[in-house]
Write a protein that binds this ligand. Structure first.
Ligand code: BJW
Length: 237
């Protein structure tokens, strides 16, 4: 079996990383204005404020641990590969919890918080410390040119052509822990449907595009994802 999985902030919620949109007003974008922190214009206007926002989130990430949902996907990848199948894992998350749970191949379409990118030479380097205007790019040596390696509103998501191409050859499309409100990620389910691929969503509540899914499982990712992965491996889904 060949499965395409796209994950969002909901899969990391039980690891203590915040989600962006919540009905109760506690999501990241309810507390912080994305137009002041997650656009290239915001970074040009006030880089110190944007760095402070991502520095705090980087520290949280380093202290966090993967949960049962991350581990279940890593195990599913290994077992499917051993049976001649494949799990393609695309995440909108900038955390590294899939990798830390053991997933071998992860496409980070919205970038990675533990990397910095040089706006001068485009070099991408690992970065675990606070990032600021005083820091120097280790690739070109310039100072003050590093930014978080994340995709902000209005920027092109990473690896989008390869992600769309990977959809061509799968039996099942699964979206986990995403509100389905940010494009182009939210449009992938429609691409899958157009190709006749079965679609499933696993989320705490119906997403914005819940009507696009053939099957829905609502509950905590740490419970629902391992249960779903077990069914896949038993050939029940
Ligand atoms: C649980 C749970 C638990 C909770 N268990 N579940 C149409 C086409 C193309 C583009 C656009 C379009 N319309 C508008 C646009 C522009 C824009 C956009 O989408 N805006 C919308 C807000 C309307 N998109 C862009 O600008 C993108 N770029 C772009 O379009 O380039 C041009 C282009 C065009 C066509 C093709 C290709 C390119 C870039 C978007 C970049 C998004 N960046 C962010 C920030 C990244 C860095 C950072 O983290 O700070 O990415 S915004 C934020 O939202 C972050 C996330 O990856 C993204 C998605 O959020 P996600 O993961 O869905 O989280 P939530 O919080 O929304 O939902 C969590 C869900 O989990 C909820 O449903 C909960 O119920 C659930 N949950 N706990 C299970 N325990």
């Amino acid at each position: 079996m060949r499965i395409f999985v796209i994950t969002g902030a909901g899969i990391s919620a039980e690891s203590g990383l915040g989600t962006f949109r919540k009905n109760d007003g506690t999501g990241i974008w309810a507390r912080f204005d994305p137009m002041k922190l997650a656009t290239p214009e915001a970074f040009a206007r006030d880089p110190a404020e944007v760095h402070a926002f991502y520095n705090a989130r980087r520290r949280n990430l380093i202290a966090a641990e993967p949960n049962m949902a991350h581990f279940a996907l890593a195990q599913l990848e290994t077992i499917l590969a051993g049976r001649g199948g494949q799990l393609t894992l695309v995440t909108q998350n900038i955390d590294d919890l899939h990798e830390r749970a053991g997933s071998q191949r992860v496409s980070h379409m919205h970038g990675e918080l533990l990397k910095a990118r040089c706006t001068a030479c485009e070099g991408v380097i690992s970065w675990r410390e606070d990032l600021g205007l005083h820091d120097r790019c280790s690739a070109c040596g310039r100072q003050g040119t590093l930014r978080p390696h994340v995709v902000w509103f209005g920027e092109m998501p990473l690896q989008i052509d390869a992600i769309c191409a990977a959809l061509n050859d799968v039996d099942l499309f699964v979206a986990i822990g995403t509100s389905g409100s940010v494009y182009p990620a939210a449009g992938l389910v429609s691409e899958a449907r157009a190709q006749g691929i079965r679609t499933c969503e696993i989320n705490l509540e119906p997403s914005d595009n819940a009507d696009r899914f053939d099957e829905s499982r609502y509950g905590l990712a740490s419970k629902e994802v391992p249960a779903w992965a077990d069914e896949v491996l038993r050939g029940e889904t």
